[in-house]
Design a protein around this ligand. Structure first.
Ligand SMILES: [Zn+2]
Length: 67
């Protein structure tokens, strides 16, 4: 599939691809570069202390542990 990249670098991810990857609207995604490809994947970062979903570099909402 080929999509148009908007002037600010935005792109719409097709719903079918998001569903297949388990990525829901308003969820966090991980963006990385692998060679000449940009890879968008489901963010599955978890707190190192309690295992709750968390944001890298922020304190865990559940236990307060820095992640
Ligand atoms: Zn935690």
């Amino acid at each position: 599939m080929i999509r148009f990249l908007e002037s600010y670098g935005r792109i719409c991810l097709p719903q079918g691809m998001r569903r297949a990857a388990g990525i829901e609207a308003n969820s966090r995604v991980k963006i990385s570069v692998e060679g000449d490809a940009i890879v968008i994947s489901k963010c599955e970062h978890r707190c190192s202390n309690c295992g709750a979903p968390s944001i890298p570099g922020k304190k865990c909402d559940l236990c307060g542990t820095p992640n």
